[in-house]
Design a protein around this ligand. Structure first.
Ligand SMILES: Nc1ncnc2c1ncn2[C@@H]1O[C@H](COP(=O)(O)OP(=O)(O)O)[C@@H](O)[C@H]1O
Ligand SMILES: [Mg+2]
Length: 158
């Protein structure tokens, strides 16, 4: 299953994230890829909001993992600053990935084979100054309905 959505500004990306966040369930993993400034953290802010997290999500400076308490625990992992993928096993990520919370990962391509293949994959790309192309794909059927709902939502925007 796959859908491509173009957002027209930051608020549009946050709204899309909120729609997604509201549909997430315990154990879900959302894997984000895309260059610096593509909108990964912005989308994560929306996802967290939709999932009922009150604290503001931001770009972690040195911390690789941010844990936000909420209705469901929300784990925001950002691998931008990981020095080597050899260090991944030391982070104990399985506790998050296979736990009862929601996990969103920026720079998820750096997870390599440690990324669960059940993850919802979201690729973000800069289209122009205020537009972003956001492509959602998944092979795990848990995501079929979610992707369909988001496609419907995207089409319904003015
Ligand atoms: N449509 C859009 N969606 C998301 N961010 C956008 C959009 N248009 C412009 N921006 C800007 O792009 C930047 C995205 O930054 P950020 O979300 O931190 O990216 P990343 O985490 O991928 O490095 C922000 O400065 C934001 O204001
Ligand atoms: Mg970021």
């Amino acid at each position: 299953m796959r859908v491509a959505i173009r957002t027209c500004d930051q608020a549009d990306t946050i709204s899309l994230g909120e729609r997604l966040g509201a549909m997430l369930q315990p154990g879900d993993v959302v894997a984000l890829t895309g260059e610096l400034g593509a909108g990964k953290t912005t989308l994560t802010k929306g996802i967290a909001r939709g999932a009922g997290i009150e604290a503001e999500v931001f770009s972690p400076t040195f911390t690789l993992i941010h844990e936000h308490p909420g209705k469901l625990p929300f784990y925001h992992i950002d691998l931008y600053r990981i020095e080597s993928e050899d260090l991944l096993p030391d982070l104990g990520l399985d506790e998050y990935l296979y736990g009862q919370g929601i996990t969103v990962i920026e720079w998820s391509e750096r997870m390599g084979s440690l990324l669960p293949d059940t993850a919802l994959q979201i690729r973000l790309a800069v289209a122009d100054e205020t537009e972003r192309d956001i492509e959602l794909t998944a092979s795990y059927h848990r995501w079929d309905e979610v992707i369909q709902e988001l496609a419907k939502y995207a089409d319904s925007r003015p």
